[in-house]
Design a protein around this ligand. Structure first.
Ligand SMILES: Nc1ncnc2c1ncn2[C@@H]1O[C@H](COP(=O)(O)OP(=O)(O)OP(=O)(O)O)[C@@H](O)[C@H]1O
Ligand SMILES: [Mg+2]
Length: 465
């Protein structure tokens, strides 16, 4: 049986981040940007689930839902958007959408939306919640303690304050808390309190009524309403101003909030998580943060240590990310040289786990057959010369290098010549921004041949630039 697949109708950059995770869970993924492409994919692959943006140039999810009308074999369609509104949600649900989500798309949410109960035989690897647990890497006692505590409080509705430096994994822990709770079928919504000016943050959090202020042309639900029955993550809570802090306290104490310009209170059932990379107690001492709110948020404090203080975890995480990226890019596995190990252990990691993750992705792409050495870390140093750009390589040896790069890319896998041809043709098109004549020239084929092949691809449901 071919693996279950999930189709995404969205711009590639909005969804491809989730693809490696889906692949890990055993799903094939499809991507389309047009109705025609989407319908062709559905016909050919019968995906388990379809995720679609509401609108894209030349595409509307309403048209897709119209196609689904009366077709029992049509897969369930979930609308996902980064700019949701209750009105739009209602309109799509009435047209037959299975659900309406706010981004980001996370695996825990997708799992819950799969037909069956999400943990049944539909899933190739059917352990609800277990995958995520494994993904938080670390053996250092401080991390083990955070995880044990998180696990213990996940099921309660207690507010959790997650403190730690930038890139230490605060959001990851928040998602873990949500995934391990009974609310995991509800939404997980994150909002960064530092990113918006005060009045915008207020209407973003609590929503506003029509006409509440200039520009409020319709009623808009706030993130708290959208997170109802789920979890809200208030990122960088220290940056919320004192007025809003009072309103937040009311939600925490009474489970009620007021929309901007509204006359009646709205009840919400939301679990609140917050993160900070400042010392909130100091903020309280300086009068910048309400003490009562601090107490309320700090019911369960979790503190993520800086990466440089996690001892051997640096190497554990480095190994984990290298393996993950090798898998993601279909490359053979890579070793570290002793110098690289020393370098990783000595470095300060100001950007913590995120910095390590980015650096390991770069190494995997640059190290060829390996081993990884410190030159792969120190790009600014200009000591690394990309093989393709070395000027003194004569033509005859330059070609085998390209061949070798392709070999490396495939990691010993054999794919069909047709598949290889398709990859090269798409690459040619991308490099020439879709210019058929230039692409044909690069590929060494006639424009006519190129057009014929593209027509075939289009019939197979691929989106052609
Ligand atoms: N222990 C861990 N194991 C595996 N991956 C991790 C771990 N900690 C963090 N990461 C990864 O590192 C990246 C940064 O983590 P995250 O976004 O949770 O950090 P953050 O503390 O919220 O950062 P910021 O302060 O910038 O908001 C993410 O891609 C996350 O998946
Ligand atoms: Mg974060």
């Amino acid at each position: 049986m071919s693996p279950a697949s999930i189709l995404f109708i969205a711009p590639a950059q909005a969804v491809t981040k989730i693809f490696p995770r889906l692949k890990e869970e055993g799903f094939e993924t499809g991507l389309a940007e047009t109705l025609k492409g989407a319908l062709a994919y559905i016909k050919k692959n019968s995906p388990t689930l379809v995720f679609t943006r509401p609108l894209m140039p030349g595409y509307s999810a309403s048209d897709l839902l119209a196609e689904a009308q009366g077709d029992d074999a049509f897969p369930p369609v979930v609308i996902f958007t980064d700019q949701g509104s209750a009105d739009q949600a209602q309109a799509f649900l009435e047209k037959g959408a299975k659900d309406y989500w706010l981004e980001p798309l996370a695996w825990e949410k997708i799992r819950a939306a799969l037909p069956g109960d999400g943990a049944s035989q539909t899933l190739p690897k059917a352990q609800a919640g277990a995958g995520l647990n494994l993904d938080i890497i670390g053996k250092h006692p401080a991390i083990a303690r955070v995880l044990a505590l998180a696990k213990q409080v996940a099921k309660s509705k207690a507010t959790v304050l997650i403190a730690g430096g930038s890139g230490t994994g605060k959001e990851m822990v928040a998602r873990y808390l949500h995934a391990m709770s009974d609310r995991d079928t509800g939404p997980f919504i994150a909002i960064n309190c530092a990113a918006l000016p005060e009045h915008l943050l207020e209407s973003e959090l609590f929503g506003h009524e029509k006409g509440a202020f200039t520009g409020a042309i319709s009623r808009k639900p706030g993130r708290f309403e959208l997170a109802d029955s789920g979890t809200i993550l208030l990122d960088e809570i220290s940056e919320m101003d004192l007025g809003l802090q009072a309103k937040l306290l009311r939600v925490l104490q009474e489970g009620e909030m007021d929309r901007v310009g509204g006359t009646e209170s709205v009840k919400v059932d939301v679990r609140v998580l917050a993160t900070t990379n400042r010392n909130l107690q100091e903020w309280v001492d300086q009068g910048k943060f309400r003490q009562d709110l601090f107490f309320r948020l700090n019911v369960i404090p979790l503190r993520l240590p800086d990466l440089k203080d996690r001892g051997e975890d640096v190497l554990l995480l480095a190994r984990y990310f290298v393996d993950r990226f090798c898998g993601q890019y279909s490359l053979p596995s890579l070793d570290f040289s002793q110098e690289a190990v020393d370098w990783l252990s000595d470095y300060d990691w100001p950007g913590n786990v995120r910095e390590l993750q980015n650096l390991m992705e770069r190494c995997v792409l640059l190290a060829g057959k390996g081993p990884i050495t410190p030159t792969h870390f120190l790009l600014d140093d200009e000591s690394w010369v990309p093989p393709e750009e070395s000027e003194d390589i004569p033509e005859e040896t330059a070609r085998p290098l390209v061949g070798e790069a392709v070999e490396n890319m495939l990691g010993g896998q054999v794919i069909t010549l047709q598949e290889m041809e398709r990859i090269m043709i798409m690459r040619g098109l991308r490099q020439t921004s879709g210019n058929r004549t230039q692409a044909a020239e690069l590929l060494g084929i006639s424009v006519r041949t190129l057009r014929n092949k593209l027509n075939d691809y289009r019939d197979q449901g691929l989106d052609i630039p």
